[in-house]
Design a protein around this ligand. Structure first.
Ligand code: ATP
Length: 202
């Protein structure tokens, strides 16, 4: 399972549809300051389900939409798609029935984000889980932001452990445990309410 293509449309400085073919091996992106290198990495993080605007260097998530320039008006939506080559069939279950998987995230002004996997609507959580189970994702230690190395050196042990857990691919399990705990506490609350009702009836 590997990334084979990244497509941006209206995402930050990439106002026109832009396709990047990702070949096997090491890929380098070079260009002058401000040409959009970091925006590419952010697009990758964003399509994998990043939901913190600050991780996108913005105040709100809609800041990822092309904001306009001297000669171009602002756009109403931004879209990023990532194509995954799954010929080795290593994608997590639920996504593993096709040779290629295309995940698309689109944000529209005042309407929020929507995700598709191979043209079918999916939830943000499904996409986040796909990448978490595959030991990658928007928080992956493989994506290194500017300034992140010094953050890592100064990080507390708990934060460092989280990075190791992401790398080991078990962060999806933590997310599922958290959801299960929430459901359990909801069920406990319901039981208490039933007890109250029964007492009232007695
Ligand atoms: P450096 O080498 O200096 O780190 P870089 O190549 O990584 O630069 P980026 O930081 O990716 O460049 O791109 C910055 C550019 O993206 C700026 O010109 C900024 O105006 C533009 N930009 C960011 N968000 C938007 C947006 N929503 N709409 C239009 N342009 C944007």
């Amino acid at each position: 399972m590997r990334f084979s293509r990244l497509r941006l449309n209206g995402f930050k400085s990439f106002v026109d549809p832009t396709d990047l073919v990702i070949h096997e091996g090491l890929t380098g992106v070079v260009g002058p300051n401000g040409c959009g290198k970091s925006n590419l990495l952010e697009a990758l993080r964003w399509v994998m389900g990043e939901n913190r605007p600050t991780a996108m260097r913005g105040g709100g998530m809609e800041d990822v939409i092309f904001a306009g320039a001297a000669t171009r008006g602002a756009r109403h939506f931004a879209e990023v798609s990532i194509v995954i080559d799954n010929q080795d069939r290593l994608a997590p279950s639920g996504f593993n029935d096709a040779d290629t998987i295309e995940i698309v995230r689109r944000i529209t002004r005042d309407a929020g984000s929507a995700y598709k996997a191979n043209a079918k609507d999916v939830r943000a959580r499904d996409v986040q889980m796909l990448f978490a189970d595959a030991s990658t994702g928007s928080h992956s230690p493989a994506l290194v932001r500017q300034g992140q190395i010094s953050e890592l050196i100064n990080a507390k042990p708990k934060a460092r452990r989280r990075i190791l857990e992401e790398a080991a691919g078990i962060s999806g399990l933590y997310a599922r445990r958290h959801e299960a705990e929430l459901k359990l506490s909801g069920a406990e609350q319901n039981l208490l309410r039933v007890d109250d009702v029964l007492e009232g009836l007695a």
